[in-house]
Ligand binder design. Structure first.
Ligand code: CDP
Ligand code: MG
Length: 136
């Protein structure tokens, strides 16, 4: 049965800074993702704090929000069958050291904080995150 989904992807500052956006978008397209919408923006720290609110009790929360707002990012709505899990698989493990060959984080991630991409982790969060960036 068809299960077309949309998910939110972010190319994080470390990857935008290294001009990896074309390569990373190429990896999405070659796996059959459609990029329905995209924009390049820079968040205020307060906006990053709102986006990552789910992590507010974690020890890495402040650094994470400072980092996400440290430079331009590219936010995208990706569409594909089972897009949420398919994107998580293409991204690879949070820590690039643990990421499998062929994943974006294995190829481009620098460290657990500078891991090049974000992807929604559930249907509910995909909706929340898409609205966060693309609600008109
Ligand atoms: O991004 P992902 O969903 O794979 O991981 P997460 O557990 O939702 O964490 C969000 C982000 O916080 C990660 O992508 C990392 O950049 C960062 N993080 C960190 O800096 N240090 C950790 N120990 C765990 C996560
Ligand atoms: Mg996450």
């Amino acid at each position: 049965m068809s299960n077309l989904q949309q998910t939110l992807s972010i190319i994080k500052p470390d990857a935008v800074e290294r001009n990896l956006d074309k390569e990373i978008k190429g990896m999405f397209k070659s796996k059959g993702f459609l990029i329905l919408k995209e924009k390049k923006i820079q968040l205020e720290k307060s906006e990053a704090e709102k986006f990552y609110k789910v992590h507010e009790t974690k020890p890495f929360y402040n650094d994470l929000c400072a980092y996400l707002s440290s430079g331009p990012i590219i936010v995208m709505i990706l569409e594909k069958e089972n897009a949420i899990i398919a994107n998580r698989e293409l991204m690879g493990s949070t820590n690039p050291k643990d990421a499998k060959e062929g994943t974006i984080r294995k190829k481009y991630g620098i460290s657990i904080d500078k891991n090049s991409v974000h992807g929604s982790d559930s249907i509910d969060n995909a909706k929340i995150e898409i609205d966060f960036f693309f609600k008109d």
